[in-house]
Design a protein around this ligand. Structure first.
Ligand SMILES: [Zn+2]
Length: 238
């Protein structure tokens, strides 16, 4: 049995013993100390075969149902650095045809009812995030508009995969709800960037001049913003 098994071997400087790991992403992985005699591996696998069989079965069940360790598992907590908030998310299945999301406490969200469908839960959470972003970003953008003397039309919240914000010819601004997962300085820089577009609908020198006169041109923050796509929770992006 052991000879037929699919696995990968990884040598680790830090490993002192042989370690078996099973994950959705990598299947069965055997971590061995450096210089370990690999001829011993089949016997080790033979000794753990029951555990391996059960774990692999569980992993494939999870991968099929899309739950558990899958990359887009629903969140148990939603951290929003932009607002300095951290919400616990509870899932409470109950016999009902539909699922409902409500605030169950000052920092607790509760999904109840038909919560077995991940797509339904995800849609409810995204709707909640969108409303949260609309309210909080609306207030922040209005504050920055007053502070900078720039004015905008309407604000809309979107969930795009490659842009943080945009400004239309009519000076309507759209912001990405994923900005909830950025830091306040990063959010401020994006908002001022879009507000500056209400005066210059391009990336001309005059535009960048206005951006830096408003203290929103910090290139380190800009680099952080570019890199931060990777840090958005996987369940939102998928
Ligand atoms: Zn721009």
């Amino acid at each position: 049995m052991a000879e037929e098994m699919q696995y990968s071997i990884r040598e680790s400087f830090r490993a002192r013993h042989v370690n078996l790991r099973i994950s959705v992403q990598r299947g069965l992985e055997i971590v061995v100390p450096r210089g370990f005699d690999r001829a011993r591996i089949p016997r080790i696998l033979e000794g753990r075969r029951e555990w391996i069989r059960k774990s692999l079965a569980e992993i494939s069940r999870q991968a099929r149902s899309g739950g558990g360790a899958a990359l887009d598992a629903l969140p148990e907590r939603i951290e929003m650095p932009a607002l300095g908030e951290s919400w616990r998310v509870e899932y409470e299945p109950s016999p009902s045809a539909r699922a409902v999301l409500r605030q169950a406490g000052p920092d607790t969200l509760r999904l109840s009812g038909a919560v077995a469908s991940k797509d339904v839960c995800r849609a409810l959470l995204l709707r909640w995030l969108r409303a949260r972003a609309g309210k909080e970003f609306g207030a922040m953008l209005a504050g920055l508009a007053r502070e900078t003397g720039l004015s905008f039309g309407r604000l809309s919240i979107r969930c795009q995969s490659s842009r943080w914000g945009s400004c239309s010819m009519r000076c309507d601004i759209s912001l990405n709800l994923k900005m909830l997962f950025l830091t306040p300085p990063q959010v401020r820089q994006i908002m001022i960037h879009e507000l500056c577009h209400t005066r210059h609908h391009n990336h001309s020198r005059a535009f960048w001049g206005l951006v830096s006169s408003l203290d929103a041109g910090d290139s380190a923050i800009r680099a952080e913003i570019r890199a931060s796509w990777r840090t958005i929770p996987a369940w939102i992006c998928r």
